[in-house]
Design a protein around this ligand. Structure first.
Ligand SMILES: Cc1cc2nc3c(=O)[nH]c(=O)nc-3n(C[C@H](O)[C@H](O)[C@H](O)COP(=O)(O)OP(=O)(O)OC[C@H]3O[C@@H](n4cnc5c(N)ncnc54)[C@H](O)[C@@H]3O)c2cc1C
Length: 563
């Protein structure tokens, strides 16, 4: 494979004196950094510019889902992430309370990180995968991802540098970058540009791509103007009398708040709804915290960030030709269900191997267009799930009697207890959303006519039906099957008597990176229901069958976007 030297042979001659790379990435949030790590698997040259000088200071995402953890496992940062954030035996329960010193209304017990990993190995975790979900703030995540990029040859990550604009033609793109330290500008020529620069990103705006859908839908919680406050306390003893949890939702008549523990100890983030017409600067964080707790709380306010919830916005296009959108640049979520970053990471993985195919020449002319065909429907799907969760937690009323020691108080608490117990299962137990992603309409996938499985938030049916994520199986010795997949395509063979030669030859004839993976396991045979399974570099299934197809070249061509 070519790449890794930051030089792109295919660039027009007039750009030869300019700084050159294969891929220019605008944005070094979790999604841009993931794109860089993914491209490094293929040895591509990458320049990533990020206008901030540091990784996230504010804990936005806290929920890293199972699929994202599988990707990070592939990049070798799984153990580091597990060691970050909450102590490994800290419970990840979600609870709903009248106040933090008040009464508990509902609780979903969820395992600590250590227990979740043990359950996954024992096959008892509700997420049937190699890496169960993990609760880790974006503060830790981004710094671990950034650190990981530093050891990848060919990847040049530059913080404090902003993409100002770009020009593109059929051969490539030239980005104009401003170094914010000395205010100088320079140009970087690349074969493709990735806009991983968030909701206000330069790439989407310059492409003139609009977000479609609803923005800032208002609700009593998780809709409209919100305030996120990061704070630290000397002790949690007096004001948090509820049993330890990962999330504490305060449901009272005069306040709705979500407190999330950042480190399982004394650091928290509190999300509250800013009343309509109030300037966030006029809000007193200590007063809000006291309202949520029911008593004054001694706390250091470390950071505060006004933000807007209630978005269900999808870019009308995910890019084209030479410039592509991923992550928040492509879709803006309300964080219920924890789907924004996670959906973006899956975008990154899908896009990166296609960029590699295009740059290295083994991708066909339709490969790049399949990015939008695969990922835009998933964006729409996940936005709809997130919205339904936000409606469910953000629109009900609370009677002021909820805290009263009266019969009507008991009735109100019982009503909300039922409502919240039902809600929390729907929002927090979502293996179907995270593991059930399938690319049904993908032009690269060879449908085998097997019936579709349900696409429901809470139900994951492991299946090797083409288009789906290759299902997980533990192998003898403790590896997960996905640990054995190659960086390029994998041809999984569950019966070594079958001749895979025609497919391998057809792939190699066009330079497609592919390796045979022979696995002699009854569990794998049962789950994959085929002797041969072609798996894309992103871990989704391209095709399956019991023998090489008669026209192996046509199958390979379909999978690489050449049909
Ligand atoms: C309160 C809250 C809680 C959340 N919880 C979750 C959760 O639990 N799970 C989840 O999956 N998601 C969650 N999210 C959403 C998640 O934070 C975002 O989806 C995620 O940050 C998107 O990542 P990104 O890399 O696409 O964009 P960003 O994180 O926005 O990163 C974009 C980067 O690009 C940089 N940039 C912008 N313009 C330029 C430019 N012109 N040149 C160079 N750099 C530029 C920015 O400085 C930034 O560093 C939450 C969000 C909020 C607000």
């Amino acid at each position: 494979m070519r790449g890794g030297d930051g030089y792109s042979e295919g660039l027009p001659v007039d750009l030869v004196t300019m700084e050159k790379t294969d891929i220019l990435i605008s944005g070094g949030g979790p999604v841009g950094l993931t794109v860089a790590l993914e491209l490094a698997r293929f040895g591509l040259g990458v320049v990533l510019v990020n206008d901030g000088t540091e990784t996230a200071l504010h804990p936005k995402a806290n929920a890293i889902n199972a699929r994202t953890m599988e990707h990070f496992r592939r990049h070798g940062v799984g153990p580091e992430l597990r060691a970050a954030a909450l102590p490994s035996h800290y419970p990840t329960d979600v609870c709903y309370v009248t106040r933090l010193t008040g009464q508990e209304l509902a609780r979903l017990h969820m395992p600590s990180s250590a227990d979740a990993v043990a359950e996954a190995h024992a096959g008892t975790n509700i997420y049937d995968c190699a890496e169960p979900p993990h609760r880790c703030s974006q503060i830790y995540l981004e710094s671990i991802l950034r650190e990981a990029t530093l050891s990848r040859p060919g990847v040049d990550v530059r913080f404090g540098q902003r993409l100002e604009s770009f020009r593109a033609d059929e051969d490539g793109v030239v980005g104009v970058v401003r170094n914010l330290e000395d205010d100088s500008t320079y140009e970087v020529a690349a074969l493709h540009l990735v806009g991983a620069d968030g909701g206000r990103g330069a790439v989407r705006r310059q492409l003139g791509i609009r977000y479609l859908g609803d923005g800032g839908v208002t609700r009593k919680m998780m809709g409209g103007s919100m305030l996120a406050t990061l704070f630290e306390v000397p002790s949690r003893k007096d004001w948090l009398t509820i049993d330890p949890a990962w999330q504490y939702w305060v449901i009272a008549a005069d306040v709705r708040a979500l407190l999330v523990t950042v480190d399982g100890e004394n650091k928290f983030v509190m999300l509250t709804r800013i009343p309509d017409g109030i300037d966030p600067d006029d809000l007193d964080d200590h007063a809000l915290l006291a309202l949520a707790a029911g008593i004054p709380v001694e706390a250091d306010i470390l950071l505060r960030m006004p933000w807007t919830a209630g978005h269900e916005l999808l870019a009308e296009s995910f890019g084209g030709d030479r410039a592509w959108l991923v992550g928040d640049a492509a879709h803006l979520f309300t964080p219920t269900g924890g789907l924004g970053m996670n959906t973006g990471v899956d975008d990154a993985v899908n896009l990166a191997w296609k960029l590699a195919g295009d740059v290295q020449g083994w991708g066909g002319p339709n490969l790049m267009a399949s990015y939008e065909a695969d990922r835009r429907p998933i964006g729409a799907r996940n936005l709809a799930f997130a919205r339904s969760f936000a409606d469910s937690i953000g629109t009900f009323d609370v009677d002021p009697c909820i805290e009263d020691d009266t019969e009507s108080g008991v009735v109100e608490r019982a009503r909300l207890s039922m409502l919240l117990s039902d809600h929390v299962h729907r929002e927090m137990i979502i293996p179907g959303i995270t593991l059930g992603v399938r690319y049904d309409g993908s032009p690269l996938v060879s449908d085998d006519g097997s019936p579709p499985v349900p696409d429901e938030a809470g139900v994951y049916v492991p299946t090797a039906r083409p288009g789906h994520r290759a299902p997980h199986v533990w192998l003898e010795g403790g590896d997960a099957l996905c640990d054995r997949f190659s960086d390029g395509f994998t041809l999984l063979r569950t019966n070594s008597d079958i001749d895979a030669g025609p497919m391998i030859s057809a792939a190699r004839a066009v330079g497609l990176p592919i390796e045979i993976l022979d696995i002699d396991s009854a569990d794998v045979r049962q789950r994959y229901e085929a002797a041969l399974v072609l798996i894309f570099p992103d871990g989704h299934i391209a095709w399956r069958g019991d023998a090489c197809p008669v026209d192996a070249r046509a199958l390979i061509d379909r999978s690489r976007g050449a049909l």
